[in-house]
Design a protein around this ligand. Structure first.
Ligand SMILES: [Fe+2]
Ligand SMILES: [Fe+2]
Length: 305
């Protein structure tokens, strides 16, 4: 399946499978962004905290539905094996992040997802319209989330609110929401999103570079060696973006794959170190696991090429 093709209509099975895979990954990502914003705002912003919590819970409800459907729709082997929906760390990262912040997370969803991939049932006819409807509700909730995040970013840039999230991170999560919206919109028209190879690679290489920089900036100043490693990984992604247009396809895919495997391994070690309280940082364990899953997702995209 080539992601840059946009003309061929998807078969029924492809539409169902791709919708489910995209939703299982991104609905969790979206609700976690809202959790990060919710826990970064100060008590004086109680109305905005309540709004982030409401949007987060709405995405949790949609994710819970997707998990239900995933028992009846066959996901690809690659998706199941990718560790992009939940990792072995997700549940613990959720539990610790909840305890440390007091904000809620429905951890039952993760428990069900971890048990999910063993027991899949058969297609039924009605499931088509159910999935179309789930996609439509995700799209309309996404509009609200994008507006909310853009507003938080604008307020932060005008210094009208204080948040412990970097402005660049607020922009980053909104870019991910817009990418998800573009993908879902294409799927609703029974096609794949129209993205060129460099369009797709540059988006994710930019995301991966951002992650490395966010990690570098959130580590304690005494974590010198880890900060340097993160910075050097970020620079590698900058170079990939800059050179994409004038590098042969196979080469840029291979280099992106190598860089992403490196950042994935770094994030996996960071997640373990933060969970074990062996690394000093201001990063919530769930944010570490979140960026690890995004790297796993990108690795699956790269292997499809
Ligand atoms: Fe994210
Ligand atoms: Fe991200």
């Amino acid at each position: 399946m080539k992601l840059q093709e946009g003309i061929v209509l998807l078969s029924r099975e492809e539409f169902l499978r791709l919708s489910l895979e995209v939703n299982l990954f991104f609905q969790r990502i979206m609700k976690e962004h809202l959790f990060f914003i919710e826990t970064s705002l100060q008590p004086v912003e109680s109305a905005r905290i309540t709004e982030a919590d409401r949007l987060k819970r709405n995405f949790e409800e949609l994710l819970a539905e997707s998990v239900d459907y995933a028992r009846r729709i066959n996901l690809s082997e690659e998706a199941i094996r990718s560790n992009e929906f939940v990792t072995p760390f997700t549940l613990r990262a959720e539990e610790i992040s909840c305890r440390l912040t007091g904000a809620s997370i429905n951890t039952d969803i993760s428990r069900r997802e971890l048990a999910l991939f063993k027991s899949q049932e058969y297609y039924s006819e009605r499931i088509d319209s159910n999935i179309r409807n789930l996609n439509a509700r995700s799209l309309s909730l996404l509009e609200e989330v994008i507006d909310y995040q853009r507003n938080i970013l604008a307020l932060a840039l005008r210094c009208e609110i204080y948040t412990t999230l970097y402005a660049d991170l607020l922009l980053h999560v909104t870019q991910e929401a817009e990418y998800y919206r573009e993908t879902l919109t294409a799927l609703q028209n029974r096609r794949l999103p129209r993205r060129t190879l460099c369009g797709e690679l540059n988006f994710w290489n930019h995301i991966m570079g951002d992650h490395a920089r966010f990690i570098a900036c959130m580590l304690d100043p005494t974590e010198v060696r880890l900060k340097e490693a993160a910075e050097s990984i970020a620079e590698r992604f900058d170079i990939l973006i800059e050179r994409c247009m004038r590098t042969p396809e196979r080469e840029i895919i291979g280099r992106s794959l190598a860089a992403t495997e490196r950042v994935r391994n770094f994030k996996r070690a960071a997640t373990e170190g933060i969970l074990a309280c062996e690394i000093k940082s201001i990063m919530l364990p769930l944010l570490a696991d979140h960026v690890l899953r995004e790297a796993n997702h990108y690795l699956r995209i790269l292997r499809q090429y």
